[in-house]
Design a protein around this ligand. Structure first.
Ligand code: NAD
Length: 252
């Protein structure tokens, strides 16, 4: 194990767990943070040496406690992956303020709070922040009034971080995953949405957790040492395209 410490939020399952797995395989010390204690304990048991911390990223006191525990236990922090997120698809008329806040408090407030709390530890030796947004933050669609807006804000927050933190040697980048068949996506992707994604994606399929984790770990690595303020869509080409894909498929 090398001495690099990587903290991943929402690490109990899905993209966060795949990212924790990959950091672990690279020999990094992994800190896994999630609000779901049971699932977190099961996931952490598969990664020897991982530090698991139960924490809700939307609650400032819990965030402060969690980051203090990282400092006490690991003595350093090099990489922060703000991955914890919730999805709630609904139209504007049915999104009451409580529903809007539930999405914003994890997807946007959580990224802000975690980054701010980790900053003093990251700034000691530079480091990397990777924020997980979504293609829903790049292109608007139906039912994503709260989710899409929260993710668009994460994209801009990343650029603000890059602008402000570069002088401390801290890089900040954003990954926008396309659809991945995780618990989060399965809860909101109806068969119609699933079919529409297949039609709209040049690679004609969902991505895997590992394909997103690979991009995250690249941006966290020294191989991306001159990359900051960037938004990388790992989306099978979704963001690049417009109308006409299904009609053209097979004809070229
Ligand atoms: P997931 O539901 O499988 O995992 C999310 C994890 O985050 C869960 O373990 C959950 O307990 C944790 N979490 C949620 N709110 C939290 C909070 N307030 N504090 C601490 N932990 C919290 O979801 P996933 O698909 O792996 O999503 C990971 C990230 O990727 C999210 O930010 C999501 O918006 C984004 N994303 C996912 C997809 C997709 O299709 N799966 C597409 C685009 C973007």
């Amino acid at each position: 194990m090398n001495d690099t410490v990587a903290l991943v939020t929402g690490a109990a399952r899905g993209i966060g767990l795949a990212t924790a797995n990959l950091f672990h395989a690279e020999g990094k010390r992994v800190v896994m943070l999630d609000r779901d204690g049971e699932e977190l304990a099961n996931a952490a048991a598969t990664l020897p040496g991982a530090l698991a911390i139960i924490c809700d990223v939307s609650i400032p006191q819990q965030v402060a406690q969690a980051v203090a525990e990282v400092e006490q236990t690991c003595g350093r922090l090099d990489i922060l992956v703000n991955n914890a997120g919730v999805a709630d698809f609904g139209p504007l008329a049915e999104t009451d303020f409580a529903r809007w806040r539930r999405v914003m408090e994890t997807n946007l407030d959580g990224v802000f709070l975690m980054s701010q709390a980790c900053l003093p530890h990251l700034s000691v030796r530079g480091g990397a922040i990777i924020n997980i947004a979504s293609i829903s933050g790049l292109r608007a669609s139906t039912l994503r009034i709260a989710y899409g807006t929260s993710k668009a804000a994460v994209i801009h927050l990343t650029k603000q971080q890059a602008a402000e933190l570069g002088e401390f040697g801290i890089r900040a980048n954003c990954v926008c995953p396309g659809p991945v068949g995780t618990k989060l996506a399965l809860a909101v992707h109806s068969p119609e949405i699933r079919a529409a994604y297949h039609d709209a994606i040049p690679l004609n399929r969902y991505g895997t957790e590992r394909e997103i984790a690979d991009v995250i770990c690249f941006l966290a690595s020294d191989r991306a040492s001159y990359v900051t303020g960037q938004v990388v869509a790992s989306d099978g080409g979704f963001d690049a395209t417009g109308v006409g894909l299904p009609a053209l498929r097979g004809s070229s």
